[in-house]
Design a protein around this ligand. Structure first.
Ligand code: AHR
Length: 658
């Protein structure tokens, strides 16, 4: 009996084995037609969307470590603790648009102290042996020499570095000392106290790492810019997002306030401090320290086309249903002029009004801006009614500038259906689409652009991210984006730009997730979604090639999604395959149509990004999911691969002689 049972078991196992074997033996043949390179992949195709959300700018990319450095938050001492005799004053300060400053008075007793302490953005992160530039605008009230002590305090309240600053003038002057951190501390604070008789006035108290991106003084966090640079972006959209619109027009992003001497840039409210009642951040403001000049400079550093977005005369439509919240159509001139002046600021000769401002800030050469966005997520007839005025004015003065219009906040539905024809009617150059949807939506939408009108404006997939149920940046979301992006690539004739959103999130201060890059005060982590973007951007190719399986585009059959490009400059055919199924898939890639005499290189590079659906990268384990490269043999015009279950693969095949 036992023997029979064993035999039966054996037979069962063999049957399963044979079935598995035969399932494994199904070979899916994908044919890449390399005869004629198709649509050009625009250099702007894979880009970045930057917004000051999730402490992305202040407390993030902008390397300033002091929160409320100019005492301009509505609660003037927010972020600060004071002790002893500190007065807040607003008359006689050095900066007209930032009038507040503090006066440190004598404590009245030799054993008492007067001073203040800043908590930073969820703490101040300092690295061991790194140098930090402390600076302050100060004056001695009675002209006598005064001293303040500056200390870094660790999370246990122990000072671990100190320097003294001597204030030797009755006039406002900038003073600077270097603090070198003897140890790493993620959540330090900065203490300043009077060590002479006083009184002394202090304003614009600042602390920057010296090791910023390119060592710039009003600089950006080096590790975060490196993460952006590594993505090889072709486009850099800024400054949002909803902060373009503002909760009301008063709080819209006003680029003119974000340029000029940094000490005199006025504070703006950041709408993300109260957008979600369950995630309130009452200390979230925009210092404009990283303003439009710095953002253009960053685009230039990254080799990405800048795409600034300006307000269309509409406050956030989610929060303002009443027409009176917006600028009346016949009073738009100031907003239109802002757009025209922005183009002059970016591109104008230093003899022009705004070109001169740029030159004086250190960039006499133009930034060569080619695109401008008008409005963010706008909808209803109120949007085209305003947009048309901008289009007319920009076309008249700057016909070479390409204009980006909005299709609203949804990827389909009434507003979307209304706005696309309107954008065509107004002849904008690109239409910005936004979609934050579940992974299944992304899979279903891999064919989204196959049937788009080829004669209308091009598509800018300006904000998108796959939102898994957990809202984690997990591999399930990343893989669905990779699958979806085969559809962007296949339709590169009309999809000219695509930017994942949002870009950054501070682990202790986020409002929205998922996000491409997470960070704390010291570290950052590249998500699986980041690696998908990176793999596309680094393997963008120059032209689309048709790729078919059974004569059809590969858009989900058997859980497979695929697209192909050729890189004429590198003599490479690049095939991207996502396998969202639970089985490994044997795929034969056949490259056809290369000229006679052309040979494929004997080995192809295979880069795989793979994980289980719920896997993520974390600050503690940043490399759980990273691309892994290997090499595979090429036989004639064939490449045989296994696209593993739940994987995104990039195959790169070089050729000679085409
Ligand atoms: O990316 C986050 C927000 O999503 C953007 O600010 C807005 O445009 C969209 O609603």
């Amino acid at each position: 009996m036992l023997k029979l049972k064993n035999l039966f078991l054996c037979m069962l196992v063999s049957c399963v084995y044979i079935a598995t074997l035969s399932a494994q033996q199904t070979t899916y043949e994908m044919v890449v037609n390399a005869k004629k390179p198709g649509a050009v992949i625009q250099p702007t195709m894979y880009g970045l969307f930057f917004e000051d959300i999730n402490f992305g700018a202040d407390g993030g990319l902008y390397a300033e470590l002091i929160k409320n450095r100019s005492f301009e938050f509505p609660q003037s001492l927010m972020g600060w603790k004071t002790f002893g005799q500190v007065d807040l004053r607003d008359e006689g300060g050095p900066f007209e648009r930032n009038p507040h400053y503090v006066r440190l008075n004598n404590s009245g007793h030799g054993h008492k102290h007067t001073g203040l302490e800043n908590e930073g953005y969820r703490g101040i992160g300092v690295k061991k042996d790194a140098d930090y530039r402390f600076s302050v605008w100060a004056r001695s009230v009675d002209g006598a020499e005064q001293k303040v002590r500056v200390e870094l305090i660790d999370a246990d309240s122990h000072p671990f570095q100190r320097q003294e600053v001597t204030i030797n003038s009755r006039e406002w002057k900038r003073y600077e000392v270097t603090l070198t951190a003897p140890k790493e501390e993620e959540k330090a604070s900065l203490r300043i106290f009077l060590v002479s008789a006083g009184p002394v006035d202090l304003e614009h108290i600042s602390l920057f790492p010296k090791d910023t991106w390119k060592g710039r003084e009003n600089g950006l966090r080096r590790d975060l810019v490196e993460a952006l640079d590594e993505l090889n972006p072709g486009l850099f959209r800024f400054p949002g997002g909803c902060i373009v619109e503002g909760t009301d027009l008063e709080t819209r992003y006003d680029w003119k306030k974000s340029i000029g001497p940094v000490e005199n840039r006025p504070l703006n409210e950041n709408r993300w401090h109260y957008t979600f009642a369950h995630r309130l951040f009452p200390d979230y403001f925009q210092s404009y320290g990283m303003g439009f000049y710095e953002l253009f400079l960053l685009s230039e550093d990254l080799g990405a086309e800048p795409l600034p977005v300006v307000n269309a005369g509409l406050a956030c439509q989610y929060q303002n249903e009443d027409e009176s919240s917006h600028v009346p159509v016949d009073e738009l001139q100031e907003y239109i002029q802002d757009a025209l002046d922005l183009i002059e600021f970016a591109n104008g000769d230093p003899t022009t009004t705004w070109g001169k401002v740029r030159a004086e800030m250190g960039h006499p050469e133009p930034f060569n801006m080619k695109y401008i966005g008008i409005g963010n997520e706008q909808w209803g007839p109120e949007y085209p009614a305003r947009l048309v005025k901008f289009v007319e004015a920009i076309r008249a003065e700057y016909p070479e500038i390409k204009i980006v219009g909005s299709s609203g906040p949804q990827a389909e539905g009434e507003q979307f259906e209304y706005l696309w024809p309107e954008m065509k009617r107004l002849k904008v150059d690109l239409v910005d689409e936004h979609y934050y949807r579940p992974p299944e939506w992304f899979l279903n939408q891999a064919t989204r652009y196959d049937s788009y009108d080829r004669k209308g404006p091009a598509v800018f997939a300006g904000e998108y991210a796959s939102h898994a149920e957990s809202r984690d940046n997990n591999f399930e979301s990343a893989l669905s984006e990779a699958a979806f992006m085969t559809g962007l690539e296949r339709n590169a004739d009309i999809v000219h730009m695509a930017t994942y959103a949002p870009l950054f999130a501070h682990a202790d201060a986020w409002q929205w997730r998922p996000d491409l890059i997470w960070f704390d005060n010291l570290l950052c982590v590249r998500t699986p979604n980041y690696y998908v973007q990176k793999l596309y951007a680094h393997n963008a190719g120059t032209n689309v090639l048709p790729l078919t399986m059974n004569k059809e585009s590969v858009t989900g059959q058997e859980g497979l999604y695929a697209s192909a490009v050729i890189d004429i400059n590198k003599s490479e055919v690049i095939v991207k395959v996502s396998n969202v199924s639970e089985q490994d898939k044997t795929v034969r890639i056949r490259i056809e149509g290369l000229r006679r005499g052309t040979k494929l290189q004997p080995e192809a590079e295979a880069i795989v990004l793979k994980g289980t659906p719920e896997m993520t990268n974390t600050l503690e384990h940043p490399d759980a999911i990273v691309p892994i490269s290997s090499f595979l043999p090429v036989t004639g015009m064939l490449l045989d691969v296994t696209a593993e279950a739940g994987s995104f693969n990039v195959y790169k095949v070089g050729y000679t002689g085409n």
